[in-house]
Ligand binder design. Structure first.
Ligand code: ADP
Ligand code: AMP
Length: 213
């Protein structure tokens, strides 16, 4: 099964994608996580991506598409995957479509996690991320067992640089300008399904499972 998670930054795509990946035994592929891992390891790609990420801008398509296509060509993606944070532009979606079509494959579902802008800033300022294993928490809604420490790997949790309110405003604008048109794109392909992302995370997951089943 090949699934795309759509939604504004902070809508809960990553939270749900991890649960889907676990339940269906497919990899969770997050371009944001790949960029953050590269930043942490000081690679050339990481340094290039950081310039854009810190401003709340999208990393250029040429760079992002290559990374994603390399990732989904790996063996563990053979039986499907859940994409989180990709595609974010129409050209990215077109490249993915073309690459899949060449293999006789297609996206099965694009799940749109719908959360209004008013809720987003609050979500993002409360998000805490583990840069080591990619886990995410929320200081109020989804707290770790011990404050500031990742449940999975014991590493410290951080407020991402791009989750500061001034950057979140930019990311929301970029989302509406460049990513939201994908809702139309996947509706036209008949694979778009929308869930109410303001519900409790377990209820959001239940709604997604009933779509995927
Ligand atoms: P995205 O991947 O779309 O950017 P995340 O999955 O990281 O978003 O979620 C953003 C923040 O909101 C995180 O702090 C996460 O713990 C929290 N969150 C996710 N889903 C919910 C929910 N249904 N209700 C409340 N908070 C949530
Ligand atoms: P995320 O972790 O999905 O919120 O992504 C964090 C940041 O990484 C985004 O704000 C972008 O700067 C960059 N990024 C992640 N995925 C993409 C993508 N598909 N296209 C362009 N930039 C991306």
């Amino acid at each position: 099964m090949k699934i795309i998670m759509l939604g504004a930054p902070g809508a809960g795509k990553g939270t749900q994608a991890k649960m889907i990946a676990e339940k269906y035994g497919i990899p969770h592929v997050s371009t944001g996580d790949i960029f953050r891992a590269n930043i942490k390891n000081g690679t050339e790609l990481g340094m290039e991506a950081k310039k854009y990420m810190d401003q709340g801008l999208l990393v250029p398509d040429e760079l992002t598409v290559k990374i994603l296509l390399d990732r989904v060509a790996q063996e563990d993606c053979k039986n499907g995957y859940v994409l989180d944070g990709f595609p974010r532009t129409i050209p990215q979606a077109q490249v993915l479509d073309k690459a899949l079509a060449e293999l006789g494959e297609k996206i099965d579902y694009a799940i749109n996690v719908d959360v209004p802008d008013e809720n987003i800033i609050k979500r993002m300022s409360g998000r805490r991320a583990c840069l080591s294993c990619g886990a995410t928490y929320h200081i109020e809604h989804i707290p770790p067992r011990q404050e500031g420490v990742c449940d999975n790997c014991g590493q410290p949790l951080v407020l991402r640089d791009d989750d500061k309110p001034e950057t979140v405003q930019n990311r929301l604008k970029v989302y509406h300008d460049q990513t939201q048109p994908l809702i139309e794109f996947y509706t036209a392909k008949g694979v778009l399904r929308t869930v109410d992302g303001t519900a409790d995370m377990k209820d959001v997951f239940e709604a997604i499972v009933s779509i995927l089943n």
